[in-house]
Ligand binder design. Structure first.
Ligand code: TNX
Length: 519
């Protein structure tokens, strides 16, 4: 690289998600092994962990924390920065200072600084600038399905670092489904020995034969100690983890171990292929509720999150229709039909979770048969669920599959690996707007934010998942963080290009589906 190219790159280097306000100057700050960091009293050093680790890998030396005023200073001042999670980052030739509204703000200032570090000829510099920044939405979520394919703790931690780098503050961990139960529940050991595994490993992820099996048992689960470690790791990075325990549908793996919880009594097997299955938890059986409450009793202490996700999607009513116990329940509770039975089911679990101080989130099918009182709706089948929820003054999170399902195809190249059925290229994700015109001013405030989902049917390793999720996750980050008026796709593509070396250094297997980049 020539000197001119290098300086052009520094100038173009940007931050994703795009900050609220950026002013660049011609000053340049240069790091040296004697550059120190001073933290205002009370600032958690955990905020620095990822920055320091990354800086060390880049520079070959670390930046010491020192007591006396150093050239890098971190402060908290909520008068100077009134917006929660906001920060001001200022870089002059002598000084880098980050002032956060709160700990998260300081942390996000450091994430921006990471993206602005410019390594060249053995030196690391940052171009002079003042960045004033804060998020548009309080809920900025990414989901990962670990049931269809299991990702080990190390992969999850790497994932969390990447979420944090792009200022995503919620990780929705989809822990149970038909194809595998992935969280240790001590009271129910068969969830570990039976539900966590399926008889076959699906191979042949080819478009012509998506379901070929190799006859090998497949699975795994997280121990409670591992879960605790991951939750702490995420908290240190200002990420709240919302666990999802699916009910009443997508329950086949649990039924394989405890067949008495299904309407027919089984036998059942953990699913070895994808889809929607008719066998679901029996809503007429008291033992179902006891089981799920006992499961939640072990889940809650592991996750301090305000929300618990209880699924609620894609629950066929076929078995409930012919189940004597379910029909009895419909009569006893004066319900109209099986849809109201689903609402009864969700309502009962909501009451239980409320009694433990938590709130539920459910997929938009929880609107069927009436929304339970404090439920937050995650709108996935479209935007209608979220709109309906907001109109009923319920909180909603927008995650419509048409725009933000990252398991769908990102390009139409014939060489694109097998993916989910839809098409959500980078531009479509980027241009998604979560506040629809149907929502009046007062209703819009119920849209708490936006999330992209990563279903793992066709992501059978972290490398494949990364290729599928990057760079589209960065587009999601920008929808969630950046003001609507400041969004600009052409500028995003430019910043993305300068982001590629960073993603490479972080060992992220990002797709190079940049066919829309024209300059
Ligand atoms: C629908 S989105 C599902 C998942 C699948 C996904 C595939 C939702 C709540 N349910 O079970 O994995 O489609 O895109």
């Amino acid at each position: 690289m020539t000197v001119n190219q290098a300086s052009a790159q520094v100038k173009e280097q940007g931050v994703i998600p795009k900050p609220f306000k950026v002013q660049k100057t011609n000053a340049v700050f240069s790091f040296t092994p004697s550059t120190g960091i001073t933290l205002q009293a009370g600032i958690d050093t955990a905020n620095l962990t990822f920055f320091n680790r990354y800086f060390h890998s880049l520079a070959g030396y670390g930046l010491p924390i020192i007591k006396t005023a150093a050239s890098i200073t971190l402060n908290i001042d909520s008068t100077k920065v009134p917006q929660p999670e906001g920060y001001i980052l200022s870089v002059t030739s002598k000084q880098v200072s980050i002032t956060g509204h709160d700990q998260a703000g300081v942390f996000y200032g450091l994430q921006s600084l990471i993206q602005l570090l410019h390594p060249s000829n053995g030196k690391i510099t940052v171009q002079g600038c003042t960045i004033e920044d804060h998020p548009r939405f309080a809920y900025r979520g990414m989901h990962l399905d670990v049931s269809r394919h299991f990702f080990k703790v190390d992969a999850i931690k790497k994932w969390i670092d990447l979420l944090a780098l792009y200022k995503i503050n919620t990780f929705h961990w989809h822990l149970t489904d038909d194809q595998g139960w992935r969280i240790e529940i001590k009271k129910y050991p068969l969830l570990q020995s039976i539900s966590a595994y399926r008889d076959e490993t699906i191979i042949g992820h080819k478009k012509d034969s998506p379901h070929r099996f190799d006859g090998k048992r497949y699975g795994g689960y997280y121990t409670q100690d591992e879960v605790k470690a991951v939750v702490k790791y995420a908290m240190d990075r200002h990420i709240s983890i919302i666990p999802e325990i699916e009910m009443p549908g997508h329950a086949l793996a649990a039924l394989a171990a405890y067949p008495q919880l299904g309407c027919t009594g089984g036998p059942y097997k953990t699913a070895t292929f994808w889809g929607i299955f008719d066998d679901v938890y029996c809503a007429g059986n008291e033992e179902t509720f006891t089981f799920l409450q006992n499961v939640l009793d072990e889940v809650l202490p592991l996750f301090p999150s305000k929300y618990i996700h209880i699924g609620g999607d894609e629950c066929p009513k076929t078995k409930w229709k012919t189940c004597a116990k379910c029909q009895q329940r419909i009569k006893d509770e004066h319900l109209k039909d099986e849809h109201e039975l689903q609402s009864y089911f969700i309502g009962r679990m909501e009451k239980y979770l409320n009694s433990k101080g938590r709130q539920i989130i459910g997929w938009d099918e929880i609107l069927e048969g009436g929304l339970t009182p404090g439920a937050t709706v995650m709108s996935w089948t479209g935007e209608e669920g979220g709109i309906a929820a907001a109109k009923q003054h319920h909180d909603a999170i927008m995650t419509p599959e048409k725009y933000v399902y990252l398991d769908y195809y990102q390009s139409l190249y014939p060489s694109e690996p097998l993916a989910g059925g839809g098409y959500t290229p980078l531009s479509k994700v980027y241009n998604y707007e979560p506040i629809t015109p149907e929502l009046g001013g007062d209703e819009a405030k119920y849209i708490k934010g936006v999330q992209a989902n990563a279903w793992s049917e066709y992501m059978d390793s972290p490398g494949v998942a990364e290729r599928q999720l990057f760079p589209r996750m960065l587009a999601l980050a920008e929808i969630a963080w950046t003001d609507k008026e400041s969004k600009d796709y052409a500028g995003f593509l430019k910043r993305l290009r300068y982001e590629q070396p960073l993603l490479k250094r972080l060992n992220v297997n990002a797709a190079d589906v940049f066919d829309e980049i024209t300059d």
